[in-house]
Every structure is written in structure tokens, then in C-alpha cells.
Design a protein around this ligand. Structure first.
Ligand code: ZN
Length: 281
């Protein structure tokens, strides 16, 4: 009798465990991970679509079209890296922000203060990190870039572990996608009217020493008398439709000790030097 009871309670425990296992999600992001998987399946279908869009000429007549698959093609690669700070207080808060639909924002990678790298979107897909802005003639930066968010509230230094992880990640991205040195920039550079990140605490000099973005030389020349700072900013890539915003963005990135709207002689020397690197003279 006793053993039958024991067996019964064992079956009951197993039954309860089975119910629990089937109900409890596998970790806190099980639901959003499933949404991610389902969305990627939708994009696979879009990639596999073969028939061209129908075209009409100026009289409204249908232009003949056909599909013939080539055998020589690949997948498009990102060509820029945009660096951000999260402006949030913790990694958990950022992961939450990027896993709810109401925010409509995301990034390919988030780097925790510990140096842990969290990947949230495959490199070949488009994350919503750059938004409206302009760099050179690129306006849809999300379509051609990798977005990296660094856990930082905007008013504190970045941790050594974060920068070490970032350098390793950038090296991998640069190698995998052959991203030019000039194309490692900040959100502040792409959207000077809207965004201050990653701000003056960010170690751009260290990045430049490793081949990610540029930094001015130690010895600076005076620019020539006819040097036009607005044209130089525009040729580097800045949106100069609001020249004060462009100056502040440039100083956040390349001067860092002072981010006012004034261009001092030192700022002009730095600008002339950096302009030479971007425009290769
Ligand atoms: Zn940003």
C-alpha cells in the first residue's frame, strides 16, 4: 500500500513538472526571440521572390519584363559602423527597450559595462538605430550600417572592459565586411541636430589608433587663409544645414575638451588636419 502511494506521488510530481516545463518560457526573452525568428522567415520569403516589379512607360503601357536568375551574386554587406551610448541606466533597461514594439528602436549589438556583448539583430539585417540624418550623401544609414550601443548613461566614462570588447567587435566587423577606416562614426556625427552620442567621453583616439575612424595628429598645421570651415565639415560628411549643430558635433568627436559652438584657432587646426584625412590630401 505504502509503495503504491509512493509511486502515485512520484507520478504526480512528474506530471506537475511536465506541466511546468510546458508552460514556463525558456528564459525571459523566449517570446521576443520567437517574434525575431518569425520575422526573419518573412524576410527569407522576400529574398526568394523572383518576378520583377511591373513597370509602366509614360503613356501607361506595360513594359515587358522577365526573370532570369544569375549564378553570380552574394548578400549585401554593411559599410558603416555607428556607435551610440544607450542613455539608459542598465543593460536590462536597454534590452527591454529593444524588445518592446512601442519604442521601434534597436541595435545590432549592446555592450554591457562588464564587456559582455549582446547581439540583437543579424549583421545582414536592418536595425532601427540611426534614424533621420545625413552623412555625405547617405541618408538611410540603417540600411547600410551596423549599430553598436554601449551601456552608458551619457554622463560617465566608458569602462575599460567595454572598450576592449568594442575593439574586438570592430576588428571582426571591419574584416568581415571590409569597412573603410573613415566609416566608423558616431550617432552625433550622423544626426548632429538630434543626437549627442557617444559624446565627449568616448575614446575616439584609441579607436583611431586601431584603425577605426580618424583622429587628429599631435602636430597641427595652421589652415591656409582661404580655408572654409563649413565646406570642410561638409566634405568630411557632416550635415551643415545647421552649421552650429555641425560644429558642436565635430567638437564632441574630435576636440572633446570643449563642445561650445565657437571654433577656436585650435579647433580650426584640428578640423583642417581631420579634413585632410577624410579627403586624402
Ligand atoms: Zn544613438
Amino acid at each position: 500500500m505504502f509503495s503504491r502511494l509512493k509511486l502515485y506521488s512520484l507520478y504526480l510530481s512528474l506530471f506537475c513538472l511536465a506541466i511546468l516545463a510546458s508552460c514556463s518560457p525558456k528564459g525571459p526573452y523566449a517570446v521576443t526571440n520567437k517574434v525575431y525568428k518569425d520575422k526573419t522567415k518573412g524576410y527569407v520569403a522576400a529574398i526568394q521572390r523572383e518576378a520583377p516589379d511591373s513597370l509602366r512607360d509614360s503613356t501607361g503601357g506595360m513594359i515587358p519584363s522577365a526573370w532570369v536568375g544569375t549564378v553570380n551574386f552574394g548578400i549585401r554587406k554593411p559599410n558603416f559602423v555607428i556607435i551610440h551610448f544607450t542613455a539608459q541606466d542598465s543593460l536590462q533597461q536597454t534590452l527591454k527597450t529593444f524588445t518592446i514594439t512601442s519604442t521601434q528602436v534597436s541595435a545590432h549589438y549592446v555592450i554591457a559595462k562588464s564587456g559582455k556583448v549582446v547581439r540583437m539583430v543579424n549583421d545582414y539585417l536592418r536595425a532601427n538605430h540611426a534614424g533621420a540624418g545625413r552623412w555625405g550623401s547617405v541618408t538611410d544609414m540603417n540600411s547600410c550600417s551596423i549599430g553598436i550601443e554601449i551601456d552608458n548613461n551619457g554622463n560617465e566614462p566608458f569602462t575599460g572592459a567595454q572598450i576592449n570588447s568594442l575593439l574586438a567587435l570592430l576588428a571582426q566587423l571591419k574584416k568581415n565586411y571590409n569597412i573603410p577606416t573613415a566609416n566608423f562614426i558616431g550617432h552625433e556625427d550622423f544626426a548632429p541636430k538630434r543626437k549627442p552620442d557617444p559624446g565627449p567621453f568616448f575614446p575616439w583616439k584609441t579607436l583611431a589608433q586601431h584603425g577605426f575612424g580618424y583622429w587628429s595628429d599631435d602636430i597641427l598645421e595652421l589652415p591656409p587663409d582661404n580655408f572654409d570651415y563649413a565646406i570642410a565639415l561638409r566634405l568630411i560628411g557632416y550635415d551643415t544645414s545647421d552649421i552650429n549643430a555641425a560644429i558642436v558635433a565635430f567638437k564632441r568627436h574630435f576636440v572633446q575638451t570643449d563642445v561650445s559652438r565657437q571654433l577656436t584657432q585650435l579647433d580650426l587646426n584640428v578640423l583642417y588636419n581631420v579634413y585632410g584625412k577624410y579627403c586624402k590630401f
